[in-house]
Design a protein around this ligand. Sequence first.
Ligand code: NAP
Length: 246
Amino acid sequence: MALADYKTALVTGASSGIGAAVVTALSARGLTVTAAARREERLEALAEETGCVPVVLDLRDTKALYDALGGLEVDILVNNAGLGRGFEALFTVSPEDISATLETNVLAAVHVVRATLPGMVERKRGHIVNIGSIAGLYPIKSSLYGASKGAVHLLSQNLRVELQGSGVRVTEICPGRVETEFFEIAVGEEAAKKAYEGFEVLVPDDVADAILYALDAPWRVNIGRIELTPTEQHVGGVTIAPVEKG
Ligand SMILES: NC(=O)c1ccc[n+]([C@@H]2O[C@H](COP(=O)([O-])OP(=O)(O)OC[C@H]3O[C@@H](n4cnc5c(N)ncnc54)[C@H](OP(=O)(O)O)[C@@H]3O)[C@@H](O)[C@H]2O)c1
């Protein structure tokens, strides 16, 4: 049961960046892909280009989420929608940004799994790909975003345990910096330019390639986690920041 055996896919956050690249890649492999996001025009353009089935949906609306996705028969879920609102230090973040980030990256991600997984288990065929981040594995200066992706990390790990013997595989993809609209939404247009300045970052197709590798693995292989960062980015190290005592 590898990519050639899968017929249908759902990609959330499909209107831009990584999600759009995955829709394009899966459609090119002949799958019927449902593409969900809020921006209708973007989805319509993607549907024109790839033949995907657009679903206009705000994933923070839980009832709408179950109404739209509950009955879908999908072999592959790419649980990708996410954002980094309130990316700055937590003690300065607005309550609205805390809700937006956790409701999108954690609550919606869990509900999307809940809505689509029963069918996979029943058919004994499925693959859940959760888009985490290196921020969910290692400390960065963004408690809120890191916490949300840390939740995606353990969601993925625990699903793997729960789904033992079910025929459903689980993969967590943890990218480093990718050039998408993510930073514009997280930190604003001007600051976002700096996020990509002076070094070569990943492009969405790099992440789509990693996802296709995991999906294409032979049935006996479950790719549990892939970390991919730009060559010029690394995680880890120790920083000392002396404090001028008050
Ligand atoms: N870019 C990076 O450096 C990076 C690194 C590691 C992980 N990631 C993760 O990769 C994933 C994709 O992000 P990206 O980099 O491709 O950024 P992006 O271009 O901003 O894409 C985010 C997608 O999420 C969708 N989305 C956001 N809120 C939504 C909601 N309430 N309902 C439905 N869809 C919603 C957006 O669509 P609409 O606005 O049309 O709804 C958009 O399609 C995210 O989970 C992000 O955390 C990104």
